[in-house]
Every structure is written in structure tokens, then in C-alpha cells.
Design a protein around this ligand. Structure first.
Ligand SMILES: *Cc1c(COP(=O)(O)O)cnc(C)c1O
Length: 376
């Protein structure tokens, strides 16, 4: 049986050579290669400032800290995200407020508007699966907007790459399975000189350099969030092939959408005309009275790796009494029951893509078509 893993990283000789070069150079931690990674990242995203950090979670935390969000503040975010989005809000002492999602699985701007109180300090929007949020609508609410772009490197909103002026600050992740990787790593981008300056201080112990390396002064609180050159080297090599990887992901997603468009038992992944999707994930949605878990089991029996993004935040017991949810999150709960993520990575061959399509079709036939009824 042909098996297709849910994910495999696209690492070749270039990454290996780049890492070896750093290891031989005698300088392992943050230095010239991290600088170069930041510079080339700015060129790709058109960001004014880019701060390389040790993870996407660190970038989110720095963004909130740099905006001086803290105890007593509320931050409105989505229930349909990875736990780290909400951990970061709790980490600065603020209260996460969940606003429900829209049909594109992104936070719904009307739900955000309805959740605003006098304590609301910021909106933390997630570009779910790599599909940019309706940033103009979120910006129109008049609050600072932080974007969790962990899925969205390579995406564009109204013709402009994500990471620019569409948000006050944008946090990227280079975790092993994201659209580009450094194994672990992240980037904070912003157009604000002030946020960038605060972010740089907080990134490394609150230290301000005064000329030579031993001459420094601690001028604020701070963290240990720098990205070492060993990892930045992987990022530089990934950036060099980012366009090729992005195009391959888009090709695979288009093949899925084309193949499943006419099948009423499943809904294809959401897209929008004014945006370029990064296609970190392809989220298929079942439209028939069969359990998503059974559907995944059936795909896995056929050798296809699947996952679910995400179980809504408030359905994790840890968060239940830590988040506010003034208007409920029914759409997120309803979508959670019917979503699954298909394999989507640049090393997939056309045969892999066909295997996934055939397995989905076969599972629909076996499970959905024998189910008594479809729900609408
Ligand atoms: C991966 C991810 C993060 C965290 O990124 P790390 O680099 O693993 O810290 C944050 N938000 C979302 C939506 C993610 O998928």
C-alpha cells in the first residue's frame, strides 16, 4: 500500500551545507547569519522591521509585551487556533476573550466588534491555515491588531505580502512543519519603530549595547528569545526556495479543490479572491452524517496521514475558566466536528496527491454514502 505522510520537511543539501558552514565558523549563536535572515525576510515580506526569535510563541509574547498589554487588559482572539496564541495572552497577565469564527474559519469581525469592552486592548487574529483574515474590517474597529501568522508566511492580503502594514505586529513561526522552517524559530515584524525597539530589548534580557561586547546596560525586563545562527542558516536556505515551495503547495491545494468541488458530502477548503493563501493546511470539511473521527480512521487505513486543526481553545479544560466567551463559539464547535487536514507539503509527488484524492473519494463512498442522511 502506498502511504502518504501528513507532513515531511523539505530539507536538502543547501540547508545541510549552510548549517555545517556555521558550525565550522566558530560563531554558533545569534550573529551575522541571523542578521542576514532578518534582511532577506524583510525583502520577501516587505516588512519594515523583522526580529528573528526562538519561536512563533516568543514572537507573539514579544508583540503583546511591546504593545504593553498586561493585567486588567482583554485581548480578543479566535477559538480556532493552536494553544500558544492563548498562552501568550495569559503570559502577559491579560484575559483572552474568544470571538466566534466565520465560514472561512478565521475570527469573524462582527463577533470581534460585539466582544469589545472598555478593557479591550488589542485583537490577536490568526490567519487560519494560511488564509489571511479580513484585515481591513479588523483594523476598522480602531484597536491595535496583532496577527498570528504562524500559518501565513507566503500569504498576501489585497496584493501585499503578510507581515506589513495590514497589522501593527505580525508573528511568524518556523516550527518544523510550517511553510518555511528553522526547526524551531519565529519572526516578529512591524512597521512601528517604537515596537521594534521595545521588541529588540525584550528579545535579549533587556540589554542595550554600548559599543564593545562587555559594555552593556540592562534597561528593561527581558527574555531569552534570540535565534541562533545555526538555525538562522536553515532559514536563509528555506527563503531561497520559498517561492518554489509556495507554488507547489498552491498546486496541490488546487488539485484537491478541483477533485472535490463536485462532491456534495465534503466542502473544499475556504479561499477568498482578494487574498493569496499560503496553504500551510488544507482543511477539508465533512458535509455528511458520519463522524470525522471515523473518516480519519478510514483514511489512515488507506495509508493517508491526517490531522485536525484545531480543537477549539475553550474545549481544552485548562482554558475553560481562563478565557471569556461572551457570545459563545458555536460555529467553532460545529466546524470542529467536521474538519480534518489532508497531507500538504512541497515534497509530495503527483502520485501522492492522487493517492490522497482517491482515498478521500473512496472514504466518502464507503462512509458518507451509506449514512442515512446528510446534514446541511
Ligand atoms: C505553530 C503555531 C504557533 C506557535 O509557533 P511555535 O513556533 O511552535 O512557537 C502559534 N500559533 C499557531 C496558530 C500555530 O500554528
Amino acid at each position: 500500500m502506498r502511504t502518504v505522510p501528513f507532513f515531511a520537511p523539505d530539507i536538502d543539501e543547501n540547508e545541510m551545507d549552510a548549517v555545517t558552514e556555521v558550525l565550522r565558523s566558530g560563531w554558533l549563536t545569534t550573529g551575522p547569519v541571523a542578521d542576514r535572515f532578518e534582511r532577506e525576510f524583510r525583502e520577501y515580506t516587505h516588512a519594515r522591521h523583522a526580529l528573528a526569535v526562538s519561536s512563533g510563541t516568543a514572537a507573539l509574547h514579544l508583540a503583546l509585551k511591546a504593545l504593553e498589554v498586561g493585567p486588567g487588559d482583554e485581548v480578543i482572539t479566535t477559538p480556532m487556533t493552536f494553544c500558544s496564541t492563548v498562552h501568550a495572552i495569559l503570559q502577559v497577565g491579560a484575559t483572552p476573550v474568544l470571538a466566534d469564527i466565520g465560514p472561512d474559519l478565521n475570527v469573524d469581525s462582527d463577533a470581534v466588534a460585539a466582544a469589545i469592552t472598555p478593557r479591550t486592548r488589542a485583537v490577536l487574529a490568526v490567519h487560519m491555515a494560511g488564509l489571511p483574515c479580513e484585515m481591513d474590517r479588523l483594523r476598522a474597529l480602531g484597536l491595535p491588531v496583532i496577527a498570528d501568522a504562524a500559518h501565513a508566511f507566503g500569504a498576501a492580503y489585497k496584493g501585499v505580502p503578510i507581515g506589513g502594514d495590514e497589522a501593527d505586529a505580525t508573528a511568524f513561526s518556523f516550527y518544523a512543519n510550517k511553510t518555511i522552517t528553522t526547526a524551531e524559530g519565529g519572526m516578529l515584524t512591524t512597521s512601528s519603530e517604537q515596537l521594534a525597539r521595545r521588541g529588540r530589548l525584550l528579545r535579549l534580557h533587556g540589554i542595550e549595547r554600548r559599543g564593545s561586547s562587555w559594555r552593556y546596560e540592562v534597561v528593561s525586563d527581558g527574555y531569552k528569545y534570540n535565534l541562533p545562527d545555526v538555525l538562522a542558516a536553515i532559514g536563509v536556505a528555506q527563503l531561497a526556495k520559498a517561492e518554489r515551495m509556495r507554488c507547489r503547495r498552491a498546486e496541490i491545494a488546487a488539485a484537491y479543490t478541483e477533485a472535490f468541488r463536485g462532491t456534495e458530502q465534503i466542502d473544499t477548503a475556504p479561499e477568498r479572491a482578494d487574498t493569496r493563501h499560503a496553504w500551510h493546511l488544507y482543511v477539508l470539511r465533512l458535509n455528511c452524517a458520519i463522524s470525522r473521527d471515523e473518516f480519519i480512521n478510514e483514511l489512515e487505513r488507506q495509508g493517508i496521514g491526517c490531522s485536525v486543526h484545531f480543537r477549539p481553545i475553550h474545549m481544552h479544560r485548562w482554558f475553560a475558566n481562563k478565557v471569556r466567551m461572551p457570545l459563545g463559539c458555536e460555529s467553532a464547535e460545529r466546524e470542529f466536528a467536521r474538519i480534518l487536514s489532508l497531507p500538504l507539503h512541497p515534497l509530495m509527488t503527483d502520485e501522492d496527491v492522487d493517492s490522497v484524492i482517491q482515498a478521500v473519494r473512496c472514504s466518502v463512498e464507503r462512509l458518507c454514502c451509506s449514512a442515512a442522511s446528510t446534514f446541511s
